[in-house]
Write a protein that binds this ligand. Structure first.
Ligand SMILES: Cc1cc2nc3c(=O)[nH]c(=O)nc-3n(C[C@H](O)[C@H](O)[C@H](O)COP(=O)(O)OP(=O)(O)OC[C@H]3O[C@@H](n4cnc5c(N)ncnc54)[C@H](O)[C@@H]3O)c2cc1C
Length: 456
C-alpha cells in the first residue's frame, strides 16, 4: 500500500515537472517571439507535444563541444549538439592556438588537421617574447620534436566556426543553433533540458557550455573560487607596430598585474589581439579596474605607448571569466560529464584553455561510448572520467600553479628571466617546456634542474 502511494507520488511529481517545463517553454517563446512565417497556435502545440529524445545531448558547440561531437560522429549514438549562438560567433579570447592545439586537432581527425591548413583567417607564430617586470626580455622559439615549429593566431570567430562546420560531416549529430538551455533537471532514467525551442531528453548530457555553464550550475557542484579563477579583457586593434618578424606572441608581465599579464598577439590584416588577464582574488582584494589598467598601460608605458601611437581600437573592451585548473573539482555525476571551461580546465599560468577543451571533449566522448556499451550512467562509473582527465592534466596544472605563485614575486620573476638570458641550459629548458609537456614534468620534479638553473 505504502509503496503504491510512493510510486503515485513520484509519477505525479514527474508530470508536474513536465507541465512546469512546458509552461516555462511557452513563457520563453512568448518573450522571444516565434519564428517568422509560423502560425502561433500550431507552433505552441508543436512545442507542447514535441519532446526531442537523444542518447547524448552536448550543450555548447565551442572547442570542447564540437570536439566531443566529432569524436561521437559515426559512433552509432543519436546525438544532439545545442548552442545558444548562431555560428560563426565570437568568443572573448587571446586567439592563440598553441602547438598543443594543432596536435589535438590531428588526434581528433586527420582530415580536420589537413583542412586546418587551408583555414584563411590565421597567421603562424614561431615563438613567444616574455617581458619581465624589470623590463628584461627573452625570446623563446617554438621547437617540437627538435625542429622549428609554430602555433597560430586565429580569431575565434573563424577557428570555432571551422570546428563547428566539420561537425556537419556526421549524420548522427543533430545540430540546434540559437538553442539556449535555460534549465536542466534529472529524472530517474534521463535528463530533461528546457530550452527556448522546446524540451530535450537524453540518457547522458555533456556540459560544454563554457565558463558560465548552466549544466554545472544546475546539476554539478563547481562554484567560482576566486583564488582559482581569472578575469580577462580583450580589445581588437588595428595598426599596432613593431612586431617580431616571425609573429612571436608577446607576454608582458607588469608589476601591478602579477601574477597576470598583458598580451599583444599579431593577427592577419595589420590587426592585433590586445588584452589583460588577472587573478580574480587579486582584482577583488585590490579593487582593480581592469579597463583602466589596460588603458593606462597602453597610453603611458614606455614599452607600449609608441607602438600604440597610431593604433585604432576596433571595439570596446570585452571581458570574460577563466576558470583555472589549479584545483581539482568533481567534473561528473549521475548521467552527466563536464568538459572544457565548464570543467575548469584552463592552465593557471598561461591562461590557455583551447587545447584542454578539445582534449577533454574527446575524452568525454570516449567515456560516453563506454557508458552506453556497459549501460552504466552512474556517478560512480563516471568517476572514471574524472580520473582520466586529471591523469592527463593534473601534473601540468600543479607545475603551472607553482609558476603562477613564483611570479607573484617580481624579484623571482626578474631573476628567472635574467638567468635565462645568460644560461643556455635554462633557455633550452624553456624552449622544450613550451613544446613538450612531458619534458617539463620530468625536469621540474628533479632537484638537479633547480641546481643547474641557479648555478650554471
Ligand atoms: C580573455 C581570455 C583570453 C583567452 N586567451 C586564450 C588563448 O589565447 N589561448 C587559449 O588556448 N585559451 C585562451 N582562453 C581560454 C579559452 O577561451 C577557453 O578555455 C575555451 O574557449 C574553452 O572552450 P569551451 O568549448 O570549453 O567553451 P567556450 O569556447 O566558451 O564555448 C562554450 C559554448 O557554449 C555555448 N553556451 C553557453 N551557454 C549555453 C547555454 N545555456 N545553452 C546553449 N549553449 C550555451 C556558447 O555559446 C559557446 O559557444 C582565454 C580566455 C579568456 C576569457
Amino acid at each position: 500500500m505504502l509503496s503504491l502511494f510512493l510510486h503515485e507520488m513520484q509519477e505525479t511529481s514527474k508530470i508536474r515537472i513536465k507541465y512546469f517545463i512546458a509552461l516555462k517553454t511557452l513563457i520563453l517563446t512568448a518573450k522571444n517571439g516565434i519564428p517568422e512565417g509560423t502560425r502561433r497556435k500550431s507552433y505552441y502545440i508543436k512545442i507542447l507535444m514535441e519532446i526531442k529524445k537523444f542518447d547524448v545531448v552536448i550543450v555548447g558547440a565551442g572547442p570542447a563541444g564540437a570536439s566531443c561531437a566529432i569524436r561521437l560522429g559515426n559512433s552509432g549514438l543519436n546525438v544532439a549538439l545545442l548552442d545558444k549562438a548562431t555560428f560563426p560567433r565570437d568568443k572573448t579570447c587571446g586567439d592563440a592556438l598553441s602547438v598543443d592545439v594543432i596536435n589535438q586537432l590531428s588526434i581528433l581527425s586527420k582530415k580536420l588537421a589537413e583542412d586546418f591548413k587551408s583555414l584563411e583567417n590565421k597567421i603562424p607564430s614561431y615563438g613567444v617574447k616574455i617581458f619581465s617586470p624589470g623590463n628584461e626580455c627573452i625570446d623563446i622559439p617554438f621547437i617540437y620534436k627538435n625542429a622549428k615549429s609554430c602555433g597560430f593566431i586565429s580569431p575565434r570567430l573563424s577557428f570555432d566556426n571551422f570546428l563547428f562546420q566539420h561537425v556537419k560531416e556526421y549524420p548522427n549529430i543533430h545540430i540546434f543553433e540559437n538553442c539556449a538551455v535555460e534549465k536542466i533537471t534529472q529524472e530517474e532514467s534521463n535528463n530533461v533540458l528546457l530550452t527556448n525551442i522546446g524540451t530535450f531528453e537524453c540518457d547522458l548530457v555533456i556540459g560544454a557550455d563554457g565558463a558560465h555553464s548552466v549544466i554545472s550550475r544546475n546539476i554539478g557542484d563547481i562554484k567560482v573560487d576566486k583564488k582559482h579563477h581569472s578575469a580577462g579583457l580583450r580589445i581588437y586593434y588595428e595598426g599596432v607596430t613593431s612586431f617580431n618578424d616571425e609573429n612571436f606572441i608577446e607576454l608582458h608581465f607588469f608589476k601591478e598585474i602579477l601574477p597576470g599579464y598583458f598580451w599583444i598577439f599579431p593577427l592577419p590584416d595589420n590587426k592585433a589581439n590586445v588584452g589583460i588577464g588577472m587573478l580574480s582574488s587579486v582584482i577583488a582584494k585590490d579593487k582593480v579596474d581592469l579597463k583602466k589598467v589596460l588603458q593606462k598601460l597602453i597610453t603611458t608605458h614606455p614599452n607600449l605607448k609608441e607602438r600604440f601611437k597610431n593604433a585604432r581600437p576596433l571595439e570596446t573592451p570585452k571581458g570574460y571569466g577563466l576558470p583555472l585548473g589549479s584545483k581539482k573539482r568533481n567534473i561528473s555525476g549521475e548521467r552527466f560529464l563536464l568538459t572544457g571551461d565548464a570543467a575548469a580546465l584552463i592552465d593557471p599560468f598561461s591562461g590557455e584553455g583551447i587545447a584542454n577543451a578539445i582534449r577533454s571533449g574527446r575524452v568525454a566522448a570516449e567515456h560516453a561510448i563506454k557508458c552506453f556499451e556497459q549501460k552504466n550512467f552512474s556517478a560512480a562509473f563516471n568517476k572514471g572520467y574524472n580520473k582520466e582527465i586529471y591523469r592527463r592534466m593534473w601534473k601540468e596544472f600543479k607545475i603551472s600553479r607553482t609558476l603562477q605563485t613564483i611570479i607573484t614575486y617580481p624579484w623571482a620573476f626578474n631573476f628567472v628571466v635574467k638567468k635565462a638570458k645568460q644560461s643556455k641550459y635554462l633557455q633550452q629548458f624553456l624552449i622544450e617546456a613550451l613544446a613538450n609537456v612531458e619534458k617539463k614534468k620530468k625536469l621540474l620534479t628533479k632537484p638537479a634542474f633547480y641546481y643547474r638553473m641557479l648555478f650554471k
